[in-house]
Design a protein around this ligand. Structure first.
Ligand code: SAH
Ligand code: SF4
Length: 354
C-alpha cells in the first residue's frame, strides 16, 4: 500500500485523499524521511534551490473581526493597539529594500481606518520610491476595492481559507462565511493578483481527513503561494486551553503540499519557527519550502502584533533578522534569490517586471 503511494509520487501521478491521509498518519522515522526526501526532490525540480525572502511589515493590529483563534481579534481588550502612518510604512519599506528584500508584505488586522483611498496612496508611493513587489494581507474587502488596490500596483494577495471543513470554519469564525472566503480567492485571481492562501494545522477538532482535503484544495485553487503553519493557542481567546498544532504534522503538510502542488511558493512560516526556534524553518526548507518572510516591522510594534503568543524575534530589529536569516539559509547551502520571486505559474509576467 505505502509502496504504491510512493511509486505514485515518483511517477508524478495524482494522490487521492486516502493516499494523503495515509501519509499524514506516518509515524515511522524512515518512512517520514522518505516522504521528506521526495518533497525535497519535487521542490528542487519545480522551483529550484533559490530561497525567496519577503520583508513582512505588520502595519496595524486593529481588527474588526473576532476569529476565535487569533490574539488580535477585536474582543481582546487587553491588547494595546497601534497603527503605522503612511510615512512609517514607507520608511520601513526603505529598510526592507536596503536589506535586499525584493518583496514587501503589508499585513494587518481587518482595519477599516485604512480606506481603499489611503491604501492606494501608500501602494503608489511605495512603487514610486522603491523597487519591490507588493503583497497585501489585509483580509476581506469588496471586489471593487481589490480591483483598485491591484490597479494601484499591488502584485499579490495573501488570504488563507484556514480550513476546508465548512463546519469547523464556521465554528472558528463568528463573523466570516466560508463561501465568501472562497469567492474572494476566485476574485483575486480573476483580477490578476498572484494569490496565496493556506491553513492552520492542529486546529481544535481538525482531522487528518480535513488536512488531506485542505491539500487537495490548494491544488484545485491553483494557488501561487501556500502558507501553512501550526495553530498556536492564545490565552486571550475563546480557544484558551487548547493544545497547539505540532511541528511534525506541519512538516508533513508542507511536504505533501509541495508534492501535490509542485510549483507553488511555500514559506517556512514564523509560527513554525515559534514552536521550533532552533531549526524549524531550516527543516521546512529541506522538505518542500522555498520562501522565508523575515520580519521588518519596527521593533516597538512587534510584540503588539500578537496573533499567537511568544512569536519569535519580537525583540529584534530588521537588520538582526536579516543577518540571522542569511546565516541560516547559507548554512543549508541554498542561494538567496536576488529577484522578485514572482509566481512560477505566471512566467508570462516576468518580462514586464524585468
Ligand atoms: N487579518 C488578515 C491577516 C492577518 S492574520 C487575515 O485574517 O487574513 C494572518 C494569519 O495568521 C491568519 O490567516 C491565520 O491563519 C494566522 N493566525 C491567526 N491566529 C493564529 C494562531 N493563534 N496560531 C497560528 N496562526 C494564527
Ligand atoms: Fe482579524 Fe485576521 Fe486575526 Fe481574524 S485572523 S481576528 S481577521 S487579524
Amino acid at each position: 500500500m505505502l509502496k504504491d503511494i510512493f511509486k505514485k509520487i515518483d511517477q508524478e501521478r495524482e494522490l487521492s485523499k486516502e493516499d494523503i491521509v495515509c501519509l499524514l498518519a506516518l509515524k515511522d522515522e524512515q518512512e517520514l524521511a522518505r516522504l521528506y526526501d521526495r518533497a525535497d526532490t519535487v521542490r528542487q525540480k519545480y522551483v529550484g534551490d533559490e530561497v525567496h525572502l519577503r520583508g513582512l511589515i505588520e502595519f496595524s493590529n486593529y481588527c474588526r473581526k473576532n476569529c476565535n483563534y487569533c490574539g488580535i481579534r477585536r474582543g481582546n481588550r487587553k491588547l494595546q493597539r497601534y497603527r503605522m502612518s503612511a510615512e512609517e510604512i514607507l520608511a520601513t519599506v526603505a529598510v526592507a529594500e536596503r536589506l535586499g528584500y525584493k518583496t514587501v508584505v503589508l499585513q494587518s488586522g481587518e482595519d477599516m481606518y485604512y480606506t481603499v483611498g489611503k491604501l492606494v496612496d501608500i501602494i503608489r508611493r511605495i512603487k514610486q520610491e522603491a523597487d519591490v513587489a507588493i503583497t497585501l494581507s489585509i483580509g476581506e474587502r469588496s471586489r471593487e476595492e481589490y480591483e483598485r488596490l491591484h490597479e494601484a500596483g499591488a502584485d499579490r494577495f495573501l488570504i488563507r481559507f484556514e480550513t476546508s471543513n465548512r463546519e469547523l470554519y464556521s465554528r472558528l469564525h463568528p463573523d466570516s462565511d466560508y463561501d465568501e472566503r472562497m469567492q474572494i480567492l476566485v476574485w483575486l485571481k480573476e483580477i490578476g493578483y498572484q494569490v496565496g492562501s493556506g491553513v492552520m494545522i492542529g486546529l481544535p477538532g481538525q482531522t487528518l481527513e480535513d488536512l488531506a482535503m485542505d491539500i487537495l484544495k490548494f491544488k484545485e485553487l491553483d494557488l501561487d503561494m501556500v502558507g501553512v503553519g501550526p495553530y498556536i493557542c492564545h490565552e486571550e481567546t475563546p480557544l484558551a486551553g487548547n493544545a497547539n498544532g505540532t511541528v511534525e504534522m506541519t512538516f508533513k503538510v508542507i511536504a505533501l503540499t509541495r508534492i501535490v502542488t509542485r510549483d507553488a511558493h511555500i514559506p517556512a512560516t514564523t509560527a513554525l519557527a515559534t514552536l521550533r526556534p532552533t531549526d524549524g524553518r531550516e527543516k521546512a526548507l529541506e522538505l518542500g519550502a522555498n520562501v522565508v518572510m523575515p520580519n521588518v516591522t519596527p521593533a516597538k510594534y512587534r510584540a503588539l502584533y500578537e496573533l499567537y503568543p511568544a512569536k519569535v524575534c519580537i525583540g529584534e530589529e530588521a537588520e538582526q533578522c536579516q543577518a540571522c536569516m542569511h546565516g541560516r539559509i547559507y548554512s543549508l547551502g541554498r542561494p538567496i534569490s536576488q529577484g522578485y520571486g514572482h509566481s512560477f505559474k505566471r512566467a508570462h509576467l516576468l518580462p514586464q517586471y524585468g
